[in-house]
Design a protein around this ligand. Structure first.
Ligand SMILES: Nc1nc2c(ncn2[C@@H]2O[C@H](COP(=O)(O)OP(=O)(O)O)[C@@H](O)[C@H]2O)c(=O)[nH]1
Ligand SMILES: [Mg+2]
Ligand SMILES: [Zn+2]
Length: 330
């Protein structure tokens, strides 16, 4: 019997969300599109002001909740009451359906929400410049699998390599997740990706320099996003996205341009559940001789047999073993 999936990690749900009551009279619903420390840009929905963003601060009472996570984050649905001059107060945060998170720098138990309430993630790499790092990709994938967020992969800068090379690097992932081969520069794959995003809220995430902002500009030229274009001859003036930014590219279609992800501490992963976050391991889980098999050295291990048969690829298995042994990737 295959092991059941573990329950979705709930570490990201702030207390304020768990205790959500009725929104106060006169308040209305809005989406957080950008976070600036103590204030937030929010976009009211189905509102006379639709289209405009409003500056909102958090009600004092919300701040008093114990926090291991961001109480308000980009992607959250909040309820606001208006103040004069297009300002507002966040009264309440709705429970999150899921969140893409990373551990805050230098801490093990505080997390930063990259995007709350994603319908899917698009993990983006470049085929070169910078070189793709599949061990890092496997780690990103776990972050989404832990939250049961559907995953798409994008390989950008396709015009810089041969199709054969792209296939060698990413072909093995096609059996696991949809892989979109793109060139934001030539337009290859852009129209197809636009259809994948339609009607959903997507976190576009990956290392910096792979072309996330450029891809979003190609898909939705109405918003100009900061790209890492070198702006003068001295090579200074590179822009990078500081926090996530959410754009509504049409009704119900939202995309988040997220900061470059490098190191991701696997703080919240329970080693005993790690195997179930490798989607191609799932058919074999529960088939091993030992019920508590770690799939690293035990005899009678169905996962190791699948690796020998080639049903699980060697690099993915090595990613699993390395994470299982607690390696930190930087
Ligand atoms: N050759 C090539 N360069 C690209 C492509 N897409 C983006 N770039 C370049 O890659 C650099 C980083 O792009 P940017 O969108 O800022 O990356 P981000 O950090 O992931 O948002 C910029 O110089 C872009 O012009 C592409 O399809 N092909
Ligand atoms: Mg960017
Ligand atoms: Zn096993």
């Amino acid at each position: 019997m295959p092991k059941p999936r573990p329950p979705r990690s709930s570490i990201n749900l702030p207390d304020s969300a768990r205790n959500m009551g009725t929104p106060p009279a006169g308040s209305h619903r809005a989406k957080v599109v950008r976070a600036h420390g103590l204030w937030y840009e929010v976009k009211p929905v189905k509102d006379a002001r639709a289209g405009a963003t409003v500056i909102a601060t958090m009600k004092g009472q919300l701040k008093r909740n114990k926090r291991r996570t961001d109480i308000v984050a980009v992607g959250d649905w909040v309820w606001i009451t208006d103040l004069p001059d297009d300002e507002a107060v966040i009264e309440m945060v709705e429970p999150r359906s899921a969140a893409l998170v990373r551990t805050a720098r230098h801490t093990r138990d505080t997390e930063q929400v990259i995007l709350a309430n994603p319908d899917q993630v698009l993990f983006t790499f470049a085929i070169t410049d910078p070189e793709p790092h599949v061990r890092m990709l496997d780690r990103f994938i776990i972050l989404a699998e832990m939250q049961d967020i559907p995953i798409h992969l994008a390989v950008n800068k396709a015009e810089l390599a041969t199709p054969q090379h792209i296939e060698e690097m990413f072909g093995a992932y096609r059996t696991l997740y949809p892989v979109h081969v793109l060139s934001a520069h030539t337009g290859q794959g852009v129209a197809e990706l636009r259809r994948v995003l339609q009607g959903k809220t997507t976190a576009v995430a990956g290392p910096s320099g792979v072309g996330k902002s450029t891809i979003l500009n190609a898909i939705d030229p109405h918003h100009r996003r900061d790209t890492a274009e070198v702006s003068d001859a001295t090579g200074k003036g590179r822009h990078t996205t500081v926090g996530s930014r959410l754009y509504e590219i049409d009704d119900d279609t939202w995309v988040a341009d997220t900061p470059g992800m490098r190191a991701l501490a696997m703080h919240a992963i329970d080693a005993d559940h790690l195997d179930s976050y490798f989607v191609e391991f799932r058919p074999y889980l529960g088939e091993c001789f030992y019920q508590d098999c770690t799939h690293t050295h035990e005899p009678g291990c169905a996962v190791q047999v699948a690796v020998e048969r080639g049903d699980i690829t060697q690099p993915r298995y090595e990613s699993y073993v390395s994470l299982r042994s607690g390696d930190e990737l930087t």
